[in-house]
Design a protein around this ligand. Sequence first.
Ligand SMILES: Nc1ncnc2c1ncn2[C@@H]1O[C@H](COP(=O)(O)OP(=O)(O)OP(=O)(O)O)[C@@H](O)[C@H]1O
Length: 359
Amino acid sequence: MRLERLQLRALRCISDAGLEFAPGFNVLVGANGAGKTSVLEAAFLLSHGRSFRSGAREALLQRGSAGLSIFSTVRHADGRLVRLGLGREGSRWEARVEGQDVLIGQLVRECAIVCFEPGSHALIAGSAEERRRFLDWGVFHVEQEFLPTWRRYQRALKQRNSLLRSNQAPDDDIYSPWELELARTGTLIDQWRRVYLAALTGYLREQASALLPELGAAELRYRPGWPEGDDLVQVLANQRRRDLAKGHTSAGPHRADWSLSFELAPQREHLSRGQEKLVALVCLLAQARLDAERRGEWPVVCLDDLASELDLSHQVAVIERLEAAPAQVLITGTEIPVPLRQAQTKVFHVEQGRLTPLL
Ligand SMILES: Nc1ncnc2c1ncn2[C@@H]1O[C@H](COP(=O)(O)OP(=O)(O)OP(=O)(O)O)[C@@H](O)[C@H]1O
Protein backbone atom coordinates (compact mmCIF):
# COMPACT_ATOMS: atom_id res chain seq x y z
CA MET A 1 0.00 0.00 0.00
CA ARG A 2 1.06 3.58 -0.29
CA LEU A 3 0.05 6.94 1.04
CA GLU A 4 -0.98 9.14 -1.86
CA ARG A 5 -1.81 12.13 0.24
CA LEU A 6 -1.40 13.17 3.85
CA GLN A 7 -3.14 16.22 5.24
CA LEU A 8 -2.21 17.47 8.70
CA ARG A 9 -3.74 20.12 10.88
CA ALA A 10 -2.50 21.35 14.28
CA LEU A 11 -0.08 18.48 14.84
CA ARG A 12 2.90 19.64 16.94
CA CYS A 13 4.54 22.51 14.99
CA ILE A 14 2.55 21.80 11.79
CA SER A 15 -0.47 24.13 11.58
CA ASP A 16 -1.74 23.04 8.20
CA ALA A 17 0.07 21.03 5.54
CA GLY A 18 -0.71 18.72 2.66
CA LEU A 19 1.75 16.30 1.07
CA GLU A 20 1.42 14.32 -2.16
CA PHE A 21 3.81 11.40 -1.86
CA ALA A 22 5.57 9.57 -4.69
CA PRO A 23 5.08 5.78 -4.88
CA GLY A 24 8.78 5.04 -4.12
CA PHE A 25 11.20 7.09 -2.06
CA ASN A 26 10.20 10.33 -0.36
CA VAL A 27 12.67 12.32 1.69
CA LEU A 28 11.79 15.05 4.18
CA VAL A 29 14.75 17.35 4.68
CA GLY A 30 15.13 20.15 7.20
CA ALA A 31 16.90 21.46 10.28
CA ASN A 32 16.50 20.00 13.74
CA GLY A 33 13.07 20.68 15.16
CA ALA A 34 11.62 21.60 11.73
CA GLY A 35 8.79 19.06 11.96
CA LYS A 36 10.10 16.13 9.84
CA THR A 37 9.50 13.42 12.45
CA SER A 38 6.04 14.83 13.10
CA VAL A 39 5.04 13.83 9.54
CA LEU A 40 6.14 10.22 10.16
CA GLU A 41 4.44 10.35 13.53
CA ALA A 42 1.17 11.29 11.81
CA ALA A 43 1.45 8.34 9.42
CA PHE A 44 2.30 6.02 12.31
CA LEU A 45 -0.72 7.28 14.27
CA LEU A 46 -3.03 6.12 11.48
CA SER A 47 -1.53 2.65 11.52
CA HIS A 48 -1.06 2.16 15.26
CA GLY A 49 -3.50 4.54 16.97
CA ARG A 50 -0.59 5.85 19.07
CA SER A 51 2.68 7.67 18.55
CA PHE A 52 6.09 6.01 18.52
CA ARG A 53 7.29 8.84 20.76
CA SER A 54 6.74 8.52 24.48
CA GLY A 55 4.52 10.96 26.31
CA ALA A 56 0.84 11.72 26.45
CA ARG A 57 -1.18 11.89 23.23
CA GLU A 58 -2.12 15.45 24.29
CA ALA A 59 1.43 16.55 23.43
CA LEU A 60 0.61 15.91 19.77
CA LEU A 61 -1.85 18.80 19.75
CA GLN A 62 -0.30 22.00 18.60
CA ARG A 63 0.11 24.28 21.61
CA GLY A 64 -2.97 26.47 22.00
CA SER A 65 -5.07 24.33 19.66
CA ALA A 66 -8.21 22.51 20.79
CA GLY A 67 -8.03 19.78 18.15
CA LEU A 68 -5.90 18.11 15.52
CA SER A 69 -6.60 16.09 12.41
CA ILE A 70 -4.78 13.70 10.12
CA PHE A 71 -6.28 12.65 6.80
CA SER A 72 -4.80 10.31 4.29
CA THR A 73 -5.67 8.78 0.97
CA VAL A 74 -4.26 5.29 0.80
CA ARG A 75 -3.83 3.36 -2.46
CA HIS A 76 -3.79 -0.43 -2.17
CA ALA A 77 -1.95 -2.76 -4.54
CA ASP A 78 -5.26 -3.86 -6.10
CA GLY A 79 -5.99 -0.21 -7.02
CA ARG A 80 -8.49 0.33 -4.20
CA LEU A 81 -8.43 3.86 -2.78
CA VAL A 82 -9.36 4.35 0.89
CA ARG A 83 -9.74 7.63 2.77
CA LEU A 84 -8.64 7.50 6.39
CA GLY A 85 -8.89 10.07 9.14
CA LEU A 86 -7.95 10.42 12.76
CA GLY A 87 -8.62 13.49 14.80
CA ARG A 88 -9.17 14.91 18.15
CA GLU A 89 -11.87 17.43 18.93
CA GLY A 90 -12.36 18.42 22.57
CA SER A 91 -11.48 15.42 24.68
CA ARG A 92 -12.37 12.72 22.12
CA TRP A 93 -10.33 10.90 19.51
CA GLU A 94 -12.29 10.05 16.40
CA ALA A 95 -11.35 7.66 13.63
CA ARG A 96 -12.87 7.61 10.15
CA VAL A 97 -12.71 5.26 7.20
CA GLU A 98 -14.36 6.51 4.01
CA GLY A 99 -16.03 9.28 6.00
CA GLN A 100 -17.70 6.84 8.41
CA ASP A 101 -16.96 6.92 12.15
CA VAL A 102 -15.16 3.73 13.14
CA LEU A 103 -13.32 2.33 16.15
CA ILE A 104 -9.59 3.04 16.17
CA GLY A 105 -8.97 -0.70 15.74
CA GLN A 106 -10.84 -0.62 12.40
CA LEU A 107 -8.79 2.34 11.20
CA VAL A 108 -5.55 0.63 12.16
CA ARG A 109 -6.55 -2.49 10.22
CA GLU A 110 -6.77 -0.40 7.03
CA CYS A 111 -3.29 1.05 7.28
CA ALA A 112 0.02 -0.80 7.60
CA ILE A 113 3.09 1.29 8.33
CA VAL A 114 6.34 0.23 9.97
CA CYS A 115 8.66 2.82 11.36
CA PHE A 116 12.34 2.70 12.25
CA GLU A 117 13.27 5.66 14.41
CA PRO A 118 15.89 6.56 17.03
CA GLY A 119 13.77 4.94 19.77
CA SER A 120 13.47 1.63 17.86
CA HIS A 121 16.46 0.09 19.59
CA ALA A 122 14.13 -0.24 22.61
CA LEU A 123 12.70 -3.21 20.74
CA ILE A 124 15.95 -4.97 21.55
CA ALA A 125 17.26 -3.16 24.64
CA GLY A 126 14.00 -1.98 26.22
CA SER A 127 11.27 -3.65 28.25
CA ALA A 128 9.37 -6.78 27.23
CA GLU A 129 6.31 -4.58 26.70
CA GLU A 130 7.95 -3.12 23.56
CA ARG A 131 8.48 -6.60 22.13
CA ARG A 132 4.94 -7.73 22.98
CA ARG A 133 3.58 -4.64 21.20
CA PHE A 134 5.62 -5.43 18.10
CA LEU A 135 4.43 -9.02 18.16
CA ASP A 136 0.79 -8.15 18.79
CA TRP A 137 0.70 -5.56 16.00
CA GLY A 138 1.75 -8.30 13.61
CA VAL A 139 -0.78 -10.79 14.99
CA PHE A 140 -3.54 -8.16 14.99
CA HIS A 141 -3.07 -7.55 11.28
CA VAL A 142 -3.57 -11.21 10.38
CA GLU A 143 -5.96 -12.49 13.06
CA GLN A 144 -9.39 -10.83 13.15
CA GLU A 145 -10.22 -12.29 16.58
CA PHE A 146 -7.04 -11.08 18.23
CA LEU A 147 -8.25 -7.65 19.39
CA PRO A 148 -11.54 -8.75 21.02
CA THR A 149 -9.76 -11.70 22.65
CA TRP A 150 -6.96 -9.48 23.92
CA ARG A 151 -9.54 -7.06 25.36
CA ARG A 152 -11.35 -9.91 27.16
CA TYR A 153 -8.01 -11.04 28.56
CA GLN A 154 -7.21 -7.52 29.82
CA ARG A 155 -10.63 -7.24 31.46
CA ALA A 156 -10.23 -10.55 33.31
CA LEU A 157 -6.68 -9.60 34.31
CA LYS A 158 -7.90 -6.34 35.80
CA GLN A 159 -10.58 -8.19 37.77
CA ARG A 160 -8.16 -10.79 39.14
CA ASN A 161 -5.64 -8.09 40.05
CA SER A 162 -8.24 -6.07 41.90
CA LEU A 163 -9.26 -9.22 43.87
CA LEU A 164 -5.59 -9.75 44.74
CA ARG A 165 -5.13 -6.14 45.78
CA SER A 166 -8.24 -6.17 47.95
CA ASN A 167 -6.75 -9.24 49.65
CA GLN A 168 -9.59 -11.63 48.83
CA ALA A 169 -8.95 -15.10 50.29
CA PRO A 170 -7.55 -17.44 47.59
CA ASP A 171 -10.78 -19.41 47.22
CA ASP A 172 -11.84 -21.19 44.07
CA ASP A 173 -15.31 -19.68 43.91
CA ILE A 174 -13.91 -16.13 43.93
CA TYR A 175 -10.97 -16.55 41.55
CA SER A 176 -11.95 -19.42 39.25
CA PRO A 177 -14.31 -17.54 36.88
CA TRP A 178 -11.63 -14.97 36.09
CA GLU A 179 -8.86 -17.54 35.86
CA LEU A 180 -10.90 -19.64 33.45
CA GLU A 181 -11.40 -16.58 31.25
CA LEU A 182 -7.71 -15.68 31.51
CA ALA A 183 -6.67 -19.21 30.57
CA ARG A 184 -9.14 -19.47 27.68
CA THR A 185 -8.24 -16.12 26.09
CA GLY A 186 -4.58 -16.26 27.17
CA THR A 187 -4.05 -19.65 25.54
CA LEU A 188 -5.50 -18.34 22.27
CA ILE A 189 -3.26 -15.26 22.37
CA ASP A 190 -0.27 -17.49 23.01
CA GLN A 191 -1.14 -19.79 20.09
CA TRP A 192 -1.55 -16.86 17.68
CA ARG A 193 1.74 -15.37 18.81
CA ARG A 194 3.52 -18.70 18.24
CA VAL A 195 2.06 -19.09 14.76
CA TYR A 196 3.07 -15.52 13.93
CA LEU A 197 6.62 -15.92 15.21
CA ALA A 198 7.02 -19.22 13.38
CA ALA A 199 6.10 -17.43 10.15
CA LEU A 200 8.37 -14.49 11.00
CA THR A 201 11.46 -16.58 11.76
CA GLY A 202 12.49 -17.21 8.13
CA TYR A 203 12.23 -13.51 7.30
CA LEU A 204 14.17 -12.55 10.43
CA ARG A 205 16.99 -14.90 9.39
CA GLU A 206 16.94 -13.55 5.84
CA GLN A 207 17.07 -9.88 6.92
CA ALA A 208 19.71 -10.62 9.57
CA SER A 209 21.99 -12.42 7.14
CA ALA A 210 21.72 -9.44 4.76
CA LEU A 211 22.25 -6.66 7.31
CA LEU A 212 24.30 -8.35 10.04
CA PRO A 213 26.16 -11.27 8.40
CA GLU A 214 29.06 -10.84 10.84
CA LEU A 215 26.91 -12.06 13.74
CA GLY A 216 26.24 -15.52 12.29
CA ALA A 217 22.95 -17.40 12.36
CA ALA A 218 20.03 -15.76 14.14
CA GLU A 219 17.82 -17.63 16.55
CA LEU A 220 14.44 -16.56 17.86
CA ARG A 221 13.41 -17.48 21.40
CA TYR A 222 9.90 -17.09 22.73
CA ARG A 223 8.78 -17.21 26.34
CA PRO A 224 5.01 -17.46 26.71
CA GLY A 225 4.79 -15.90 30.20
CA TRP A 226 4.20 -19.12 32.13
CA PRO A 227 6.07 -22.45 32.26
CA GLU A 228 6.21 -24.04 28.82
CA GLY A 229 3.69 -26.88 28.43
CA ASP A 230 1.77 -26.13 31.66
CA ASP A 231 -1.96 -25.53 31.72
CA LEU A 232 -2.48 -21.79 32.40
CA VAL A 233 -5.60 -22.33 34.53
CA GLN A 234 -3.63 -24.67 36.79
CA VAL A 235 -0.68 -22.28 36.98
CA LEU A 236 -2.95 -19.40 38.01
CA ALA A 237 -4.66 -21.51 40.70
CA ASN A 238 -1.28 -22.68 42.05
CA GLN A 239 0.10 -19.14 42.15
CA ARG A 240 -2.81 -17.50 43.94
CA ARG A 241 -1.06 -17.25 47.31
CA ARG A 242 2.16 -15.94 45.78
CA ASP A 243 0.21 -13.45 43.63
CA LEU A 244 -1.68 -12.27 46.73
CA ALA A 245 1.65 -11.35 48.32
CA LYS A 246 2.75 -9.55 45.16
CA GLY A 247 -0.59 -7.88 44.51
CA HIS A 248 -0.66 -8.79 40.82
CA THR A 249 -0.95 -11.73 38.43
CA SER A 250 2.52 -13.02 37.72
CA ALA A 251 1.82 -15.54 34.95
CA GLY A 252 0.12 -15.28 31.58
CA PRO A 253 0.67 -13.84 28.12
CA HIS A 254 0.95 -10.31 29.59
CA ARG A 255 4.36 -11.54 30.83
CA ALA A 256 5.48 -13.02 27.51
CA ASP A 257 8.71 -12.01 25.82
CA TRP A 258 10.86 -12.95 22.84
CA SER A 259 14.41 -12.31 21.81
CA LEU A 260 16.64 -12.63 18.80
CA SER A 261 20.09 -13.99 19.53
CA PHE A 262 23.02 -14.70 17.24
CA GLU A 263 25.59 -17.43 16.96
CA LEU A 264 28.38 -14.90 17.59
CA ALA A 265 26.39 -12.65 19.93
CA PRO A 266 24.38 -15.03 22.09
CA GLN A 267 23.46 -12.34 24.62
CA ARG A 268 22.10 -8.88 24.03
CA GLU A 269 25.06 -7.45 25.95
CA HIS A 270 27.30 -8.72 23.14
CA LEU A 271 25.73 -6.23 20.72
CA SER A 272 27.04 -2.71 20.21
CA ARG A 273 24.53 0.13 20.31
CA GLY A 274 24.64 0.33 16.50
CA GLN A 275 24.10 -3.42 16.22
CA GLU A 276 21.11 -3.16 18.57
CA LYS A 277 19.63 -0.63 16.17
CA LEU A 278 20.34 -2.91 13.21
CA VAL A 279 18.71 -5.86 14.96
CA ALA A 280 15.65 -3.68 15.58
CA LEU A 281 15.65 -2.77 11.88
CA VAL A 282 15.98 -6.46 10.95
CA CYS A 283 12.85 -7.17 13.04
CA LEU A 284 10.88 -4.31 11.47
CA LEU A 285 11.84 -5.24 7.92
CA ALA A 286 11.03 -8.90 8.58
CA GLN A 287 7.64 -7.83 9.92
CA ALA A 288 7.06 -5.69 6.83
CA ARG A 289 8.10 -8.59 4.58
CA LEU A 290 5.73 -11.01 6.31
CA ASP A 291 2.94 -8.45 6.16
CA ALA A 292 3.61 -8.08 2.43
CA GLU A 293 3.40 -11.86 2.01
CA ARG A 294 0.14 -12.12 3.95
CA ARG A 295 -1.67 -9.08 2.56
CA GLY A 296 -0.21 -9.08 -0.93
CA GLU A 297 1.28 -5.58 -0.56
CA TRP A 298 4.17 -4.00 1.28
CA PRO A 299 3.42 -1.72 4.21
CA VAL A 300 4.77 1.83 3.99
CA VAL A 301 8.25 1.94 5.54
CA CYS A 302 9.28 5.07 7.49
CA LEU A 303 12.93 5.63 8.36
CA ASP A 304 13.40 8.55 10.72
CA ASP A 305 16.81 10.22 10.66
CA LEU A 306 18.28 7.35 8.63
CA ALA A 307 21.70 8.92 8.07
CA SER A 308 22.38 9.45 11.76
CA GLU A 309 21.10 6.01 12.73
CA LEU A 310 23.06 3.84 10.26
CA ASP A 311 26.50 3.93 8.68
CA LEU A 312 26.70 4.44 4.94
CA SER A 313 27.02 0.79 3.93
CA HIS A 314 23.97 -0.17 5.98
CA GLN A 315 22.02 2.77 4.53
CA VAL A 316 22.85 1.46 1.05
CA ALA A 317 21.85 -2.11 1.99
CA VAL A 318 18.50 -1.03 3.43
CA ILE A 319 17.67 1.27 0.54
CA GLU A 320 18.50 -1.42 -2.01
CA ARG A 321 16.27 -3.93 -0.24
CA LEU A 322 13.35 -1.50 -0.09
CA GLU A 323 13.82 -0.49 -3.70
CA ALA A 324 13.63 -4.15 -4.73
CA ALA A 325 10.58 -4.79 -2.50
CA PRO A 326 9.20 -2.42 -3.90
CA ALA A 327 7.90 -0.40 -0.98
CA GLN A 328 6.89 3.19 -0.51
CA VAL A 329 9.46 4.72 1.83
CA LEU A 330 9.39 7.96 3.81
CA ILE A 331 12.79 9.07 5.08
CA THR A 332 13.76 12.08 7.18
CA GLY A 333 17.13 13.75 7.57
CA THR A 334 18.92 17.06 7.91
CA GLU A 335 20.24 16.28 4.38
CA ILE A 336 19.28 13.89 1.60
CA PRO A 337 20.97 10.57 2.51
CA VAL A 338 23.98 9.95 0.22
CA PRO A 339 22.62 6.72 -1.38
CA LEU A 340 19.47 8.60 -2.49
CA ARG A 341 21.18 11.59 -4.10
CA GLN A 342 21.25 10.03 -7.56
CA ALA A 343 18.06 8.03 -7.19
CA GLN A 344 14.52 8.91 -8.19
CA THR A 345 13.37 10.53 -4.99
CA LYS A 346 10.69 13.03 -4.12
CA VAL A 347 12.10 15.60 -1.71
CA PHE A 348 10.19 17.88 0.65
CA HIS A 349 11.80 20.76 2.44
CA VAL A 350 10.58 21.19 5.99
CA GLU A 351 10.98 24.46 7.83
CA GLN A 352 9.20 25.48 11.01
CA GLY A 353 6.29 23.16 10.31
CA ARG A 354 5.92 24.22 6.65
CA LEU A 355 6.39 21.56 3.97
CA THR A 356 7.42 22.38 0.41
CA PRO A 357 8.00 19.79 -2.38
CA LEU A 358 11.38 20.41 -4.04
CA LEU A 359 11.83 17.88 -6.84
N1 LIG B 1 2.52 20.32 20.97
C1 LIG B 1 3.35 21.08 20.28
N2 LIG B 1 2.95 22.29 19.82
C2 LIG B 1 3.79 23.05 19.07
N3 LIG B 1 5.05 22.69 18.74
C3 LIG B 1 5.47 21.50 19.18
C4 LIG B 1 4.66 20.64 19.97
N4 LIG B 1 5.36 19.51 20.24
C5 LIG B 1 6.56 19.67 19.66
N5 LIG B 1 6.64 20.85 19.04
C6 LIG B 1 7.73 21.41 18.22
O1 LIG B 1 7.56 20.79 16.96
C7 LIG B 1 8.80 20.44 16.42
C8 LIG B 1 8.74 18.93 16.27
O2 LIG B 1 9.79 18.58 15.62
P1 LIG B 1 10.11 17.16 15.02
O3 LIG B 1 10.52 16.26 16.12
O4 LIG B 1 9.06 16.75 14.10
O5 LIG B 1 11.37 17.73 14.28
P2 LIG B 1 12.43 17.08 13.36
O6 LIG B 1 12.46 17.94 12.14
O7 LIG B 1 12.21 15.63 13.20
O8 LIG B 1 13.71 17.37 14.24
P3 LIG B 1 15.05 16.57 14.54
O9 LIG B 1 15.88 16.65 13.27
O10 LIG B 1 15.64 17.41 15.63
O11 LIG B 1 14.68 15.20 14.96
C9 LIG B 1 9.86 20.90 17.41
O12 LIG B 1 10.34 22.17 17.02
C10 LIG B 1 9.10 21.01 18.72
O13 LIG B 1 9.61 21.97 19.59
